[in-house]
Ligand binder design. Structure first.
Ligand code: ASP
Length: 332
């Protein structure tokens, strides 16, 4: 099942404040975000729509006394374990050599962070990234070393290539000439998730199998602190999806947090970051297949999101309501 077909909207308490399947507009989302109010409770925002279980899990974790780091980790573990999600974790599409290689990172608002890149055989890369953050003096572990570290710490070695992903890979091989594919709506969709617990604590997590059919060894933006994710509880956080190479080139998530630090709203900051990408690298604006998008949140729970082209959605859990919102986009 594609993410787009998941249930779009649901009321947390079961009271039908919104219709099932309703996608709310950004204007209405802004009303919901109520810029002038102090943080009233958890706010959870993530790229795309991976189903209501994702924000619900983050929320429930906080309600049960978990930390924001627990909340973001547990939430993104859901698509990591879902074989139907072909862009994250188990079931992710492989690279052009048929290998599923995963990228993930996690960061809290105090500057603690951990990341794994080019990791194979581990179903929950975000949890390995958390262990890197909490149990080592390093930030990033890569490839074989990351796998060795995971196995030493009790993670199980597994085959992440599902029958379905393998079939899609074999199909791709027929016509591919072994050329990596451009990012399009079928071969991307990272989950980047930000959470704020209402007491000023923030964290984020980002996890992906990266671009389908990528060159073996390729690492995208998602596990790169400052590119795919950045969180600073003095300001807020940002996370990205889409063509990782473009996001890395402008240190996209860090840029957005710094813009917010200097007074820009999350919405303005996301827009400026996208403008920076195409200003510096106009090639991305040529043709019609460039996709990149950001989701950002201030420490007060104000949310913004923008993509270069139409199509980005984000999932928002705010004021007890879960909704899926169409993000604004640059190219009309
Ligand atoms: N940003 C991811 C990457 O480049 C892919 C995506 O989000 O679509 O690996």
């Amino acid at each position: 099942m594609k993410r787009r077909t998941f249930i779009k909207t649901a009321s947390l308490a079961g009271a039908a404040t919104m219709m099932r399947g309703e996608v709310i507009s950004r204007d209405r989302a802004e009303v919901m975000s109520n810029k002038n109010s102090a943080p009233r409770g958890p706010v959870i925002v993530s790229t795309w729509d991976f189903g209501r279980e994702v924000p619900e899990t983050a929320y429930r974790t906080l309600q049960q006394g978990g930390t924001v780091v627990d909340a973001v980790e547990r939430a993104v573990m859901i698509p990591e374990a879902d074989p139907k999600v072909t862009s994250v974790g188990y079931g992710g599409y492989p690279d052009r050599d048929g290998k599923v290689t995963l990228d993930a990172c996690i960061m809290d608002g105090e500057g603690n962070c951990g990341s794994v890149v080019f990791l194979e055989h581990i179903i929950h890369p975000v949890s390995v990234a958390r262990l890197v953050m909490e149990k080592t003096q390093h930030v990033i572990l890569a490839g074989e070393g990351a796998l060795q570290f995971a196995l030493e710490n009790g993670f199980k070695r597994e085959n992440l290539l599902t029958k379905e992903a393998d079939a899609a890979y074999k199909e791709w091989l027929k016509t591919s000439s072994y050329k990596p594919q451009k990012v399009d709506e079928h071969n991307h969709d990272t989950i980047g998730l930000l959470a704020m617990d209402g007491k000023g604590n923030m964290a984020g997590a980002c996890t992906t199998s990266g671009m389908a059919w990528k060159i073996h060894g390729r690492v995208g933006d998602s596990p790169i602190i400052g590119a795919g994710l950045y969180v600073d509880s003095d300001v807020g956080g940002a996370t990205s999806t889409g063509l990782g190479e473009a996001v890395i080139k402008v240190a996209g998530s860090f840029l957005i947090v710094e813009l917010m630090r200097n007074g820009k709203s999350p919405q303005e900051a996301c827009k400026i970051a996208l403008e920076r990408i195409v200003h510096k690298q106009p090639k991305y604006a040529k043709g019609n297949d460039f996709l990149a998008g950001f989701v950002a949140m201030t420490k007060d729970g104000e949310v913004g999101a923008m993509s270069y082209r139409k199509g980005l959605q984000y999932s928002l859990h705010k004021d007890g309501v879960i909704s899926v919102v169409d993000a604004e986009y640059m190219v009309k």
